[in-house]
Design a protein. Sequence first.
Length: 632
Amino acid sequence: MPNAHSEAVGPRSGTQSFLVLLLGCIGVVYGDIGTSPLYAFREALRPFLNDGAQPDEVIGLISLMVWTLTCIVTFKYVLFLLRADNDGEGGTLSLLALLMKKTGSFMPVLFFAGLIGAALFIGDAMITPALSVMSALEGMKLVTPAFSDYVLPLAAVIMVALFAVQSKGTEAVARFFGPITVVWFLAMAWGGLIHIGDDWTILQALNPINALWFITHAGWAGLIVLGAVFLTVTGAEALYADLGHFGRKPISTAWFILVFPALALNYLGQGALVLSHPDAVNNPFYLLYPDWALLPMVILATMATIIASQAVITGAFSLARQAVHLGFLPRLLIKFTSETNTGQIYVPAVNALLFVGVIVLIFSFGDSESLATAYGISVTGAMVVTTVMAFQFLRSVWGYSTVLAALLLAPLLVIESVFLLANLFKIHDGGWVPVALALTIMVVMWTWTRGSAMLREKTARNDIPLETFIRSIEKSTHAPQTVRGTAIFLTSVGDKTPAVLLHNIKHNHVLHERNVILTVRTSEHPYVAQEDRVSMTELSDRFTRLELCFGFMDEPNVSKALSLCKKAGFKFEIMQTSFYLGRRTLIGDPNSGLPGWQDKLYIALAGLGIDPSSYFKLPANRVVEIGEQVTI
């Protein structure tokens, strides 16, 4: 069965196609985590600025950063979670869909864990562009202090340009960004290498004992530092969410041959620089480079941070599509930007939401130092949720015992929980921002899911079994007038009579000579093969039940899928076929189900949904809509 990353390379094959994917994933997947050296070590040193950082503390901090990368990114994400895919797709909601298939236990826990993880990731997708770009532009202050007044306006201009090009698609962006990111990682490795010799004792950071020493000796103040240390692994969730775009092998290969070595060398170089020149604590990253290279590095860093933003934006698009197909969000407009790769998508509503959020954050916080305090909570929270879900994955999918799964994941959960606790101390300094964003997004998804379930339950009370309806029509002496052609009635429940069919008979007093009851179902698999797309049952001479199944990463193109019916023996002329859709006008009633505020929110969300005829790609001149009012 084809998937996104296998189709991404088109006609290329073998080594060439792998190199294309490798270069592309460096540009998109690792853009975020690759810019962490700009601010992570600087922020971790901030509590030591007054008294000065002691050599043991510097070595302990660098050791903690290197081993955080090793434990969380290498072990958890690259070696484990990239294998915990749902038919090639990754991310919190993809993992949730996989667990929903495999287990029926603790479903409410899994459901809310998935929503929380997805909501935190969207918050991360807003904060990352603002923080990364401002961190890079602030390097210009070292070139000329007069640039200080231009950081915010220029950051806003860059964001306008970045979000404007999203409609071009990930493939085009990756093709442009990939080579730049490779140069960025090589430049980071070079900057670290030329300074490691400043103080060779920094190599002691490769011993994890020094990381443990720092944790045990830093005390409560160390919790504040740990919040900054966790900035080294920002982007790991985007790495998992972008799995479907490039595949496991290119992502893991890029990490081991380029990304991890470059990051480790750069952090070691920053540590050695601070050990030998304590006054470098204010901006250890840019001070790695000679004066002649400073301006080129600022320009390169700015380009790299734009790329870093692309990683989470791409992941947010994938997550939104999964949420729509799994019923957590209304049907949003999703545009496919590649003819060969179904993973290349653009979601205008999500793009607009992220853009507004980023601009508000840039002008609200004003500088990267202030925004960094708000960053860690969304990242650490999402990682803790993923680890909890991974525990259930090991038990239900790979068949591990509860004890073995706990032993494998407990160390990771402890590490991430400590980091989360450290970041929670920043709530009053701006940490409330990602929490508020995540809560808002989670309430939206929960409201849509709950409201949709109640609406289905309410409308089901008036449902008439389809077989009962067919028998009554065939035996009736006052049957409606028969008209030529085929009528296709879309419904969410295939064994019930569609309300739009009943309304058509009630108001127009006609019944077509052939009637198709069409149900479109979303599989919990990302992709469904064409041979499994169509399921057709003849109910009588005039009625046929038809079910179309799409994966939650497929484009639900009903018109294209109907062409498969002809191969199965069901022939019809599209110009003699009418598609009947029911359009509901929702009326809120706080006494009938949802609280009043959720009624209003659900109705507002329903208004954001794309028209079903557009969502299902129905022929525009063959659609008939019949409306009804429904109280929720």
